[in-house]
Design a binder for this molecule. Structure first.
Ligand code: ZN
Length: 510
């Protein structure tokens, strides 16, 4: 066996262990009885320790050094070069984080979550504040350990969105605000009302599932290498590209929840199912510093695919012109007096709301800016945990003209900070921004793409996305994939063009 093969063998076993952890996590979220919580956490802890030991072992170091010698002279974008370099970088990052700090963060995460649940139920921020205080200070320690040049937030972003920094996010957000605030103003003063009352009637679960799943398969989801279940918080997880699982949640009195939820997870699933099979069980299907087996290259790039299929395809006029008939056949009584145009308007209703997960395409990014700006301020100390609710409410008023009536719909609404995942929020807006860049580039590069979408033929779009993004797994960074596929760096222009064109048409002046 040559050195590269020996190194790959070692890394494939680490990938196997991480996929096994993913299966235990999937089970915990989908089928495990509540009584299993404590022992499941112990099992996951044991496996994580085994993975860390293997990664940091002298065997891995010896195999990596030999592989480093073997890749000398290969071109920079060769997959083997990427595998070896990513492993070296991950080992360096993991070595910088003191094991006691990692353990303390895990302990605090499990202790803080029930406190957050109670605090939210009681609408009492003070009940969660001490845990959040501790979480912020441990995160500051973690940022210092990982290292950063300009802002502690950069160290956190590095884990979720390699290459992204606070200094890049700030002007991007300013540009989005500059165009989206006037667009929102226009929408609010427009007389065009969306007929959302059509959702307020019973839509049986079995039919919702049948419709959403048939669309997922039309988009290209392969049910022989995936499955769909139910869970309270919808998610997608892959156990290699051969076993990609999605979940959704059905609300029988709100049809769009499960339908668009499943379109969203299908975008994530298409990314995972279309990673080059040659990358299965390799470093290029493994988030090594995050100790997580995944084919997609970053949180933001993954989200760009869920948003692209959910919104740019699934919420388009073309889509409903094609598929509304099938939906009406599925729910003939409920949708008797509704046509494709009415339905299109209803699923694109824009209304500022206090709740992020209920937000539409236009207001969603404001929820993310607010959270990202507060996370940065918490980490650099410019806003204290005690000042947080007031800072939250002030930004909510500035961006969306709303004031939360209590903390459960304000500063306590998201689970993220109780887990300690400070730094993941901006990846949602980055996903929206990149989705529009890819969608625009695909239209420029694929002849007849608009016509194929108008025929409900999703193969040309999925093929472009697979060739340019999916198949590469984690070989390239988000910035490299943008540059290689669109010829441009990250930019707000395509998202602003997409939103402006769509919502101005829906909301004519006067
Ligand atoms: Zn998502």
């Amino acid at each position: 066996m040559n050195a590269l093969d020996a190194f790959r063998h070692q890394m494939s076993q680490i990938n196997d262990l991480l996929n096994t952890m993913s299966l235990l996590n999937w089970d915990a979220r989908v089928t495990m009885p509540p009584g299993g919580t404590e022992t499941r956490a112990q099992q996951l802890g044991t496996l994580a320790e085994i993975v860390r030991e293997r990664l940091g072992s002298s065997t891995t170091e010896r195999l990596l050094e030999a592989a480093e010698r073997e890749i000398e002279g290969l071109p920079d974008d060769d997959y083997a070069v990427r595998e070896v370099r990513q492993t070296r970088a991950a080992l360096e990052t993991l070595a910088r984080i003191p094991p006691e700090l990692s353990a303390e963060l895990v302990r605090l995460g499990s202790a803080a979550q029930p406190l957050w649940v109670e605090a939210k139920a009681r609408k009492n921020y003070a009940h969660f504040a001490p845990a959040l205080e501790k979480m912020v200070s441990l995160t500051q320690e973690l940022a210092a350990a990982i290292g950063y040049d300009a802002h502690p937030y950069d160290a956190m972003l590095k884990q979720y969105e390699p290459g992204m920094t606070a200094a890049t996010l700030q002007p991007l957000f300013a540009e989005l605000r500059g165009s989206l605030l006037p667009l929102l103003e226009r929408i609010r003063s427009s007389p065009a009302l969306a007929p959302t009352h059509i959702f307020d009637q019973p839509f049986p679960k079995a039919q919702q599932r049948a419709f959403a799943l048939s669309i997922a398969e039309r988009f290209g989801f392969d049910p022989k290498r995936g499955r769909v279940d139910e869970s309270h918080h919808p998610f997608e997880i892959s156990l290699t590209s051969n076993d990609v699982r999605m979940t959704t949640r059905y609300n029988e009195r709100y049809l769009p929840g499960a339908v668009f939820g499943l379109f969203h997870e299908t975008g994530h699933a298409l990314y995972e199912q279309n990673v080059d099979p040659a990358l299965t069980r390799t470093v290029l299907a493994t988030d090594l510093p995050g100790l997580y087996a995944v084919g997609g290259t970053s949180f933001g790039l993954h989200e760009s695919q869920s948003r692209l299929w959910e919104n740019m395809v699934g919420r388009s006029r073309t889509f409903w012109d094609n598929h509304f008939g099938e939906l009406r056949d599925t729910f003939p009584e409920q949708l008797a007096g509704v046509n494709a145009d009415t339905f299109y308007r209803a699923v694109n209703d824009v209304k500022p709301s206090l709740i992020r997960v209920e937000a539409d395409e236009v207001t969603y990014n404001f929820h993310i800016m607010l959270r990202t700006e507060l996370e940065m301020a918490l980490l650099d100390g410019s806003v204290s945990v005690a000042e947080l609710p007031e800072a939250w409410n002030a930004k909510m008023e500035t961006y969306l003209g709303l004031t939360p009536h209590d903390a459960s719909v304000g500063v306590l609404q998201d689970i993220h900070w109780s887990h300690g995942h400070i730094g993941t929020f901006p990846t949602y807006t980055l996903g929206n921004v990149m989705a529009a860049q890819f969608f625009e580039a695909a239209h420029e590069q694929v002849p007849g793409l608009a016509e194929s979408l108008a025929r409900a033929d999703y193969t040309p779009l999925r093929t472009w996305l697979t060739d340019n993004l999916y198949r590469h797994g984690r070989a390239y960074t988000p910035a490299e994939l943008l540059e290689r596929s669109t010829g441009r760096a990250l930019e707000a222009g395509p998202l602003l063009r997409y939103l402006t064109e769509k919502y101005e048409e829906l909301h004519p002046v006067g």
